[in-house]
Design a protein around this ligand. Sequence first.
Ligand code: FES
Length: 74
Amino acid sequence: VHLLPASPAPARVNTQIKLDEDKIVDKVAVKDKEVYLCRCWKSNKFPFCDGSHNAHNKATGDNVGPVAVRTEAQ
Ligand code: FES
């Protein structure tokens, strides 16, 4: 019998934001021309980017960054 080693559980992406919720869904009203939404889950202003991805990327070698959402010209 050939047994494969058990795969480690995948690591969490979110380690600090609303950990008591089963799923986080944020609604953001975009009235400014452009907003930056966090995709690294490290922002202290989540769901908005506060630049925390820079420290995360430097510490881990990752390359994450925000998504820019802008209103279309009327
Ligand atoms: Fe998370 Fe910028 S702080 S993407």
